[in-house]
Design a protein. Structure first.
Length: 153
């Protein structure tokens, strides 16, 4: 991350619906251009959180947002405060190295109107260096989650 001295927000959720609601709230905090690492074990709700962000930006309905595990990248067009915004949701779990990562064209995605959310991005030094923040999701038992959001200044 570029600036560890950013703002930190913490949320606790009890269900998938709660996680979607946190995503809706987060959408108001995110300011393009931004690249955020989505961290969390398999099944902790990274894609569920993106559903709420996409809904809040009028980019997609929650049930239209799916994990990009096999396609690597999903792109949504939305609006934020009356301005167009691009939401990119990436999952780089299946990529083996920086060379494969280059084929995604990450630099081209980082336009002034873009919010780029990358699952498993912490695997790659080049993504960690570009990141302007991080969303970490941890299971606290059952469907409960602790969501910690760190946004650089």
């Amino acid at each position: 991350m570029t600036d560890a001295a950013g703002k930190v927000y913490e949320y606790t959720t009890e269900s998938g619906a709660d996680t979607i609601e946190v995503g809706r709230k987060l959408a108001q905090l995110l300011k393009p251009p931004q690249l955020l690492l989505l961290r969390g074990d398999l099944g902790t709700g990274k894609t569920t959180l993106v559903k709420g962000i996409a809904e809040a930006l009028d980019a997609a309905e929650a049930d239209e947002v799916t994990s990009p595990t096999f396609t690597l990248l999903h792109e949504y067009d939305g609006t934020q405060k009356g301005k167009p915004v691009k939401l990119y949701h990436l999952d780089v779990y299946r990529l083996e190295g920086e060379r494969q990562l280059e084929t995604l064209g990450l630099d081209e995605l980082l336009t002034p109107d873009a919010l780029v959310l990358v699952e498993w991005g912490d695997k790659f030094k080049s993504i960690r260096k570009r990141a302007t923040g991080e969303i970490a999701i941890a299971s606290t038992g059952g469907d409960a989650r602790k969501i910690t959001v760190t946004l650089g200044e």
